[in-house]
Write a protein that binds this ligand. Structure first.
Ligand code: ADP
Ligand code: MG
Length: 229
């Protein structure tokens, strides 16, 4: 029996008159690469912010690692790696220093941290750019830096919000292959996208979201059959 890493029940989130999540349900199991597929505005980012307790919601329940998620559930937060839709790194720090900073939020032991930062640099293929500042990186490399910052501390659950938007094909493939590798190393992945080809390529199960609701759930093959019918 695989355990639910994330469990969302009847989640309702309103931004004033906008109903962003409309009794949304989702269960993600340990070891999955789970795809959240939906057009812009369907509620993907809102869902992620609710999972992380970065947003308050109007109704419903969110459990992470079997416990209710709250803003001060630091034990859960330590075990989650987040790669947000908008790149968030420090312009005044180099590639190495940025990854070291974010890793340092969770890993205080210096020698372990050094090892983890090196592994993240290696993993994202940023070695030759380690002394660059973000402004000198292309869009694709910047995304890879954003990913390295989110995963360096080796979290059990990794959430990536549209990590391939505005990325060149080479970086895109690098990112998709990297996600599969992280999963093979044991991480559970939540991946949002508005591209069917991407989620189909890497995800074991996919939920199709629209207007804050879960329209369909299944493997890529199951969903394609559903669409045909
Ligand atoms: P997605 O990530 O799938 O593009 P979002 O979760 O960002 O979707 O948005 C879902 C809905 O909520 C959209 O209608 C969007 O306009 C609205 N929304 C998102 N964030 C805010 C906000 N801070 N204030 C008001 N409305 C918002
Ligand atoms: Mg979004």
């Amino acid at each position: 029996m695989s355990e639910a890493v994330v469990k969302i029940e009847n989640l309702v989130k309103r931004y004033k008159e906008v109903l962003a999540l409309d009794h949304f349900n989702l269960e993600i199991n340990e070891g999955e690469v789970f795809g959240l597929l939906g057009p812009n505005g369907s509620g993907k980012t809102t869902t992620i912010n609710c999972i992380l307790s970065l947003l308050s919601y109007d109704k419903g329940d969110v459990e992470v690692f079997g416990k209710k998620m709250t803003p001060d559930n630091y034990e859960a937060k330590r075990n989650i790696g987040v790669v947000m839709q908008n790149v968030a790194v420090f312009d005044e720090l180099t590639v190495y220093e940025n990854i070291d900073y974010f890793c340092g939020l969770y890993i205080s032991d210096k020698s372990t941290r050094k090892k983890y930062v090196e592994e993240a640099i290696d993993f994202t293929g940023l070695n030759e750019f380690r002394k660059f500042r973000p402004k000198k990186l292309s869009g694709g490399l910047l995304r890879r830096l954003n990913i390295a910052c989110g995963i360096a501390h080796k979290p059990e659950l990794i959430i990536l919000d549209e990590p391939t938007v505005a990325v060149d094909p080479q970086s895109r493939n690098h990112i998709l292959e990297g996600i599969q590798k992280l999963n093979q190393q044991g991480a559970t992945i939540i991946y949002t996208s508005h591209y069917m080809e991407e989620v189909e390529q890497i995800c074991s199960r996919i939920a199709i979201m629209d207007k804050g609701r879960n329209l369909a759930l299944g493997t890529a093959d199951e969903l394609k059959k559903l669409i045909k019918n």
